[in-house]
Design a protein. Sequence first.
Length: 188
Amino acid sequence: MDSLTIHFFYIYLWRYTAISEVFINEQIRDKEVRVIGQDGEQLGIMSSKDAMKIAREAELDLVKVAPNAKPPVCKIIDYGKYKYEMVRKEKEAKKKQRVIDVKEVRLSPNIEANDMATKANMARKFLLKGDRVKVTLRFRGREMAHVQASKHILDDFAEMLADVSVIDKPAKMEGRSMQMFLAADKKQ
C-alpha cells in the first residue's frame, strides 16, 4: 500500500472511532430515515439528503438517535445541546446507583465468646449499611485436623446476626479457610 492509501485509512478509522456513539449530519449514510422535527413532530420518512436540507435550513444538526430502528430515526436538534443532555442524564443515573461492597470479618477456630460478639457487632454495622459480609474462618497448622468440628463457629455467627441478615452463600471450604457470605435482610 502506498502512503496516501494508509493516510486515508487512518482518517477513516479515526473518524468512525472518534464519533462512534452518535452519527451526525454527513456521517448518516442511510438512504431513508424517519425524521423528527425540532419541536418533536414527525416529519415522516424521507431520504437523508432531504432531511439534511431541512436541518440546514433550520440551522441545526441532523442526529441519528435510533440507529437500529427500521428505518433509522433521526432528529433535527442542536448537537451540542443534545450531547450536554446525554452527559447530564448519565451523571444522574450514576448518582442513583448504589455499589454494594463486600466487607470481610476474619475468625479463628479458637475464638472466645467476647471476641465473637465484637466481630458480630462489626458485621452488624456493615449489614445495616447495606454491604455484604464475607465471614472467613482461617485454619493454621494443626487446626486443619479439626475443620469439621469448627463449622459450628460460622453457624453460631450467622445465628447471632439472624435478625439483620440472611445467609447468601453457605459455609464452604476453600484452601486453608472456610468462608460464608451474609447479606442484609430485605424484610426490614
